[in-house]
Design a protein around this ligand. Sequence first.
Ligand code: IZC
Ligand code: ZN
Length: 417
Amino acid sequence: MYDLLLFNIGQLLLPASTSRPLKGEEMKHLQVIEKAAMAVKDGKVAWIGQSEEGEKLEAISYLDVQGKVVSPGLVDPHTHFVFGGSRENELALKQAGVPYLDILASGGGILSTVQSTRNSTEEELFLKSSFHLERIISYGVTTVEGKSGYGLDRETELKQLKVMKKLQEKYPIRIVSTFLGPHAVPPEFKGKSDLFLEEMISMLEEIKEHSLADYVDIFCETGVFTVEQSKAFLEAGKKLGFGMKIHADEIDSLGGTELAVKVRATSADHLVAASEEGIKQLGKSDTVAVLLPGTTFYLGKEQYAKARKMIDTGVAVALATDFNPGSCVTENLQMIMSLAALKLNMSAEEIWNAVTVNAAFAIGKEDVAGTLTTGAQADFVVWEIPNYQYLPYHFGVNHVHSVYIAGEKVRRKKYEL
Ligand code: IZC
Ligand code: ZN
């Protein structure tokens, strides 16, 4: 006897369950079962097959999804969803043509959010972040990565990480947390970035001891941290057992991509300005390229990450929102899927793989997220769309009908006519 039986599924999307991220050509393949059914028991996927057969199975409850699309819960592998305040004032600066890195250099940008985050109590941060987290879930995301990096001091960095831990206790969505202490150099360390980096490295043991983060990450960028500093920080994290991620070649081509491959980082993120050589090296590695076209769009840049070139070179590509209060202010991963189609020229199959299986690999959750196979946790989304190609095509809205985590409905659309 199953707990739940979904039948009459128009298309059931089954991204490959593999031991390596899908690379290059492999991303073009997406298994789709038409007229499918899926049974859930004890929070896990227990049976997958044709609707005709599924309808004969015995279950406690039945759900006729009336031809809708069902996919694994989406995975958003790069966000900064825990922060204080907001930065709408910077929109006018942007319109006046002030570049992102100039806003940061003059004490705004990330540093403005640092001020607001330092001034927030843990309770205030928890409430504000839960609001964002609920919205993330509402868009069909069942696994999300979140970073610290708006404290830039011991106390506030720990506060952010603790908030994520408490959110994980309260919400069913899976949260992977990343320590991004070296996100910017705070005013009290201005001109002393090496010293600041040492301070951040000195926090690693405590973070590990209290299991407050799974990954370390650093903003390797002009005027922020150099490739050498990034290498030192990532290796210090690696030594203590953290996974490694890096904000690489987002604005300027510094060589963060090559560094990611060299240290065998789990992911290299942004990569808009990645060099030809960097892309080539990525193609030969298992480091996942996490592309963030929402950020390029929001910063008003012409040049997007070279997704086509990457895929043609054999790179494993994932997509994420980069949700943060400065350079990409949206929790909507579906919008990013549309941007991937329109601006990165990715096909619908590549896009679905990039927000499921490859996104799971980008945060080390490939064993538990991003696919639907028997025995896997039943995290899935019922989509109000006629076929999987439709989602990136109809942009800017929420196509979720309902979201399930471990077989339980956690979110349904508000209006059912
Ligand atoms: O708050 O601006 N790029 N970090 C690196 C960000 C964007 C987040 C922000
Ligand atoms: Zn980021």
